[in-house]
Design a protein around this ligand. Structure first.
Ligand code: ADE
Length: 234
């Protein structure tokens, strides 16, 4: 899978791309991530400005449409050239608090695509015409961040772990059986007793069937207690 990110703060992505599972997936070529500085496509050759004052007045600055359009057009043309037969077009996603809420089913749908382009807005907002460029708009929750970069990292991480081969075999199989609408069962490791809190007996019993039953039950109890909305929805 390929993911292109358009941002005025490309450096923000160094941390997430340079560590842990994403770093490994990129090194193993399961995942190609390109972070592009939007200023490269600024129509302002001299100062590479990408924002301007809002028509109608008001506080703050608004991101101009031209850099986003030029960048997406360049990336799309490149992607099409890179494929011999005309393959599926990239899915263009604008990160905005006004978008559809990101959920695991949305992540699963996106993970099936070959190519995503993530657009990160900033300042007071983006020029309304940028919406015409996006196939969809996504929000990571009902709160407002300073820009679309952190949401883009969330999308990237959540989608990448579903790309085949990105997680180890054992983990992905596990993910498969628990992708239903419930929370995970509790996990324990050594020591067996820690500050007078003991690991449940069943987990050290060696009885695989009993352990499975305990985990299923614990997952349901936990979901009922903490997220009754998920139980109702299923
Ligand atoms: N940009 C600012 N806040 C956001 C949010 N909650 N989700 C997606 N993009 C955003």
């Amino acid at each position: 899978m390929r993911i292109d990110i358009l941002t005025i703060f490309p450096g923000m992505f160094d941390g997430v791309l340079g560590a842990s599972i994403l770093k490994r997936a990129i090194a193993a070529k399961r995942l190609t991530v390109r972070v592009h500085d939007l200023r490269r496509w600024s129509p302002d050759r001299k100062h590479r400005k990408v924002d301007d004052r809002p028509y109608g007045g008001g506080p703050g600055m608004v991101m101009r449409p031209e850099p986003f359009f030029a960048a997406v057009e360049a990336l799309t043309a490149n992607a099409q050239r890179g494929r011999k037969a005309k393959g599926p077009a990239p899915r263009v996603i604008l990160l905005t608090p006004q978008g559809q809420r990101l959920t695991q089913p949305v992540v699963q749908r996106l993970a099936k695509r070959q190519h995503l382009i993530l657009l990160c807005g900033h300042y007071e907002g983006v020029d309304e015409r940028i919406r015409a460029l996006a196939d969809e708009e996504l929000s990571i929750g009902d709160y407002v961040l300073t820009g679309g970069e952190l949401p883009a990292m969330v999308v990237l991480d959540a989608v990448a772990r579903l790309v085949p081969g990105v997680l180890g075999d054992a983990t992905s199989a596990h993910d498969e059986s628990f992708s239903g609408p419930r929370l995970e069962y509790p996990h324990y490791t050594r020591p067996r007793v820690f500050r007078r809190m003991a690991v449940p007996e069943v987990l050290v019993s060696g009885d695989a069937k009993a352990i499975e039953v305990w985990r299923q039950l614990a997952a349901w109890q936990r979901t009922r207690q903490r997220r009754p909305d998920l139980v109702k929805a299923s």
